[in-house]
Design a protein around this ligand. Structure first.
Ligand code: ASP
Ligand code: MG
Length: 418
């Protein structure tokens, strides 16, 4: 059996969904499990809605109506007015009405997961209904009963044993009946609350299913020809890799290459399942294959940009050195605030850390750190990572920019710039 993952860009409009069906049709006769993300920029819009609800701002209903309108416009292009999908989608959105009815009292991350998850619950309903309409037999699966997580909201930790058991119990029989369409990015807790697996987590979902079902491969269908050496949104003359090894792919995602979710590779590597990254506009094209013995040829350096970074430096209040015991306390506070370190550097009197800016987590971290330490920070920075770099590529990329931190090892250069 094969696992397919379609990201938000591939289902951003009616044309995308029609195209998805035509890609799937090419695989007639294969058992397919299809993981789908929220449509277009829906997750971002639902994040805005969550914030508006928690802050109780006036634009809350306006944002929500926009999200509904976007989906219903697409439905009208794809289905006759009397199709049951209209009610299914409306009923799914009602969950949000319930969630935002009363004043917020739960934690931000909990509320986030209950609201933001609706994006995938709706998109998969639409895709599954459309496949059936297009003559491809498909069943909609609520992933929350299969991918079990703890209750770390926004970053659900997968409980593998339980997940493997649920998936292997029911899914093979369903696959024998037709395609199974399910939500990326979501999980469920033992109390039946919804969790999410971290932004862009649908790739990870695909890899969890593939691992539990012993899939022949996972294909993630994207709006790029495969894995490129840099993001074409920011760089001209990018080159595509035909093959990559699992380890190079892990390194790239570790440094923030957004083409695959960082947790995706490990389960696939462990089960030796290849990951194909292919263009949904040209399904016959080879794309990039990530596999055990993938060949890494780097004619050009790999460039990874991470924006919206904070560089924070921590020093002790009494001019004492930053030593191991300080560091373990500092790391403890980072872990408690769920802030993940992208780069760090120590000197005698200070410890500098670069990480992604998430307002809530950042505020929490700052409050905790300030009780013991002196803290200074710069925000709105970019972290540039260059793998397999040449001297000139580093110079070119940082020309005219203020470098706030630089770290160079044999294969990888990292700079934080303003
Ligand atoms: N819809 C989620 C996001 O945009 C998950 C995904 O696309 O993989 O982060
Ligand atoms: Mg996405």
């Amino acid at each position: 059996m094969l696992v397919f993952k379609f990201g938000g860009a591939s289902v951003k409009d009616a044309g995308g969904i029609i195209n998805l069906a035509s890609v799937v049709k090419k695989y007639e006769g294969e058992q397919l499990l299809i993981v789908v993300s929220a449509m277009g920029k829906t997750t971002n819009a639902l994040e805005k809605l969550t914030k508006a609800y928690v802050d109780q701002t006036d634009d809350m209903h306006h944002i929500f109506n926009g999200i509904k309108q976007y989906h219903f416009d697409i439905l009208h292009e794809l289905f006759e007015n009397n199709h049951t999908i209209f009610d299914e989608v409306a009923n799914t959105f009602v969950e949000i009405d319930w969630a935002i009815e009363d004043a917020p009292h739960d934690s931000y991350d909990f509320i986030y997961d209950q609201i933001v998850s609706i994006g995938e619950l709706v998109s998969t309903r639409i895709v599954s209904a459309y496949l059936n309409k297009a003559g491809i037999k498909s069943q909609w699966l609520d992933v929350r009963g299969y991918i079990h997580t703890d209750n770390t909201y926004r970053e659900g930790l997968v409980q593998w044993d339980k997940t493997r058991e649920s998936i292997s119990k029911d899914i093979p029989a369903m696959l024998a009946e037709g395609a199974v369409v399910t939500q990326g990015f979501l999980g469920g807790t033992s109390e039946n609350f919804t969790t999410t697996l971290g932004r862009e987590g649908s790739d990870y979902t695909a890899s969890i299913f593939a691992s539990c079902l012993g899939a022949g491969s996972v294909t993630t269908w994207k709006d790029v020809p495969g894995i490129l050496n840099a993001d074409p949104k920011f760089f001209a003359n990018t080159v595509k890799f035909d093959e990559l090894s699992y380890s190079e792919a892990i390194e790239m995602t570790y440094y923030g290459a957004s083409v695959i979710h960082p947790k995706t590779i490990k389960p696939l590597q462990n089960a030796r399942i290849p990951l194909l990254v292919k263009p949904f506009t040209d399904p016959g094209a080879p794309g990039t294959v990530i596999k055990e013995d993938g060949i890494n040829k780097f004619e050009k350096p790999v460039i990874i940009l991470k924006q919206n970074q904070v560089l924070l430096s921590i020093s002790s209040k009494d001019y004492s050195f930053i030593t191991e015991d300080h560091l373990s306390e500092i790391f403890g506070l980072f872990a408690q605030s769920q802030v993940k370190v992208n780069v760090m550097q120590t000197s005698a009197l200070s410890f500098s850390v670069c990480f992604d800016f998430y307002e809530e987590r950042f505020e929490k971290l700052l409050t905790n750190l300030k009780q013991e330490f002196k803290v200074k920070y710069n925000s709105d920075l970019t972290l540039i990572t260059i793998r397999h770099y040449a001297e000139n590529s580093l110079k070119e990329l940082t020309a005219g920019k203020t470098i706030l931190l630089e770290q160079i090892s044999r294969n990888t250069a990292q700079v934080v710039v303003k």
